[in-house]
Design a protein around this ligand. Structure first.
Ligand SMILES: CC(C)=CCC/C(C)=C/CC/C(C)=C/C=C/C(C)=C/C=C/C=C(C)/C=C/C=C(C)/C=C/C=C(C)/C=C/CC(C)(C)O
Ligand SMILES: C[S@@+](CC[C@H](N)C(=O)[O-])C[C@H]1O[C@@H](n2cnc3c(N)ncnc32)[C@H](O)[C@@H]1O
Length: 381
């Protein structure tokens, strides 16, 4: 249960005086009207207005994107411009409504108007090809139904759909419905490609001889790591219902002799020994602090002296909040009701609490996909 503070607490004071004056000024309709006419401020006012409009209507933009994906319009317009009549026929939607959708998609930058029709834009093409992104958009219907009432999510009053969704996919439900587990494990695995790219590029694996990926799903991260590092020995650990597909993946890639696959729960079972590094890729943000801390302690105990823990996932910004971590992933995790998006500094603190030292935060190129925190077990070289 989330703790509720009893009172408002002391207000931060430094710098609040001039901000009060500025905010009251900018919020006044008279000032706004004047600034929107004055030649030195009117462009800024217009830009702020556009930013504001995007904030106000972002949910609608996302839903337009969802309809475009659901109706498979990215693929349909990739190679050749399509007429409205053809698109409308294909989607079984009246032409005037189809026109509304294509115009909306064009306004959002997904299509170009070509001749009398529509063709996929370069942004649309990047989105269509970005591994796992279309699948993520498709599964957003579950999350966005929960997000209809964010205040209820914040107060913890709501039975969210997401709270049932992933635990069902990866937990007990996976055993009851291997088909569902397989479908959404595939979504995780598809979206892993970009995460693996960022993690490997960060240099976090440099010098590692035997890597154990805990919560490694169906092995997409190890497959990428093993491809980039042909000398790497690997261990995959995940729930028993999830790992059979990993076996298949490693066999197909000809990596089976380099990988040991182990089924178990990091909550209840001991972790396999022998790895000099352990990765937790998109695992910590699924779990509460006590679970993550217990897991980090277990990993610390399993690693040899000189061993390394690598955490990689999208992270919150701490003192400098960012949209992906502090808005999207923070609310996603809150709707799941089990985990939370943490800043690299917070994860570093938890690692230190578990015993790790020399904690480092190598920069990644696209933090909205993953940031990385690495800690070492003191002792050997
Ligand atoms: C070729 C010519 C003529 C010109 C070239 C010009 C040029 C270089 C253009 C660049 C185009 C290009 C290649 C762009 C590539 C863009 C890419 C790769 C973008 C990637 C975007 C990735 C995104 C938006 C990822 C979003 C991920 C999301 C929303 C993930 C959500 C994950 C969730 C909810 C996970 C949940 C799991 C749980 C349960 C919490 O554990
Ligand atoms: C969000 S997925 C990430 C999978 C993979 N690392 C990736 O980034 O694609 C979280 C993974 O943690 C696994 N997991 C959850 N609880 C676990 C537990 N108690 N023991 C082992 N694995 C667990 C899930 O089965 C799932 O594969």
């Amino acid at each position: 249960m989330t703790e509720i503070l009893s009172g408002p607490g002391p207000a931060p004071r430094r710098g609040s005086g001039w901000r009060r004056w500025r905010n009251r000024k900018i919020a006044s309709p008279g000032f706004q009207s004047w600034a929107s006419r004055f030649f030195l401020t009117r462009r800024h006012v217009r830009r702020e207005g556009e930013r504001m409009f995007d904030l106000v209507s972002g949910f609608v933009y996302s839903q337009v994107l969802w309809a475009v994906v659901e109706l498979d319009l990215l693929e349909a317009t990739c190679d050749e411009a399509q007429s409205l009549a053809a698109l409308a026929h294909r989607a079984a939607i009246p032409v005037d409504r189809m026109e509304a959708l294509m115009q909306a998609g064009t306004a959002l930058g997904l299509f170009d108007r070509v001749g009398g029709g529509y063709q996929l834009s370069s942004l649309g093409a990047a989105l269509m090809g970005a591994p796992g992104v279309v699948g993520m958009i498709r599964h957003h219907d579950v999350f966005y139904r929960d997000m209809q009432d964010p205040v209820a999510i914040l107060r913890g009053e709501k039975e969210t759909e997401l709270a049932r969704f992933w635990p069902y996919v990866f937990g007990a439900g996976a055993a009851e419905s291997p088909e569902v587990a397989r479908r959404y494990s595939k979504l995780m695995a598809d979206s892993q490609a970009l995460v693996a790219e960022e993690t490997l590029r960060s240099g976090a694996l440099d010098g590692v001889a035997r890597l154990m990926d805990v919560g490694g799903g169906t092995g997409a991260f190890l497959a990428a790591a093993g491809t980039a590092r042909p000398d790497l020995k690997m261990v995959l650990f995940d729930l028993p219902a999830v790992v059979p597909d990993a076996d298949e993946r490693f066999r197909a890639l000809g990596m089976a002799d380099r990988v040991t696959v182990a089924g178990g729960s990091f909550r209840d079972d001991p972790l396999p020994e022998g790895a000099d590094a352990v990765s937790l890729v998109r695992v910590c943000y699924d779990h509460a602090d006590d679970t993550v801390l217990a897991l980090m302690r277990k990993i610390f105990a399993t690693l040899p002296a000189g061993g390394r823990l690598i955490v990689s996932e999208p992270m919150a910004g701490g003192a400098r909040p960012n949209r992906a971590g502090d808005a999207y992933f923070a609310f996603y995790c809150m709707a799941m009701r089990t985990g939370r998006a943490r800043s690299p500094e917070r994860l570093a603190e938890m690692m230190k609490e578990a015993g790790f030292q020399g904690v480092d935060m190598p920069r990644t190129h696209r933090p909205f996909i993953a940031s990385v925190v690495v800690g070492g077990k003191p002792g050997a070289t």
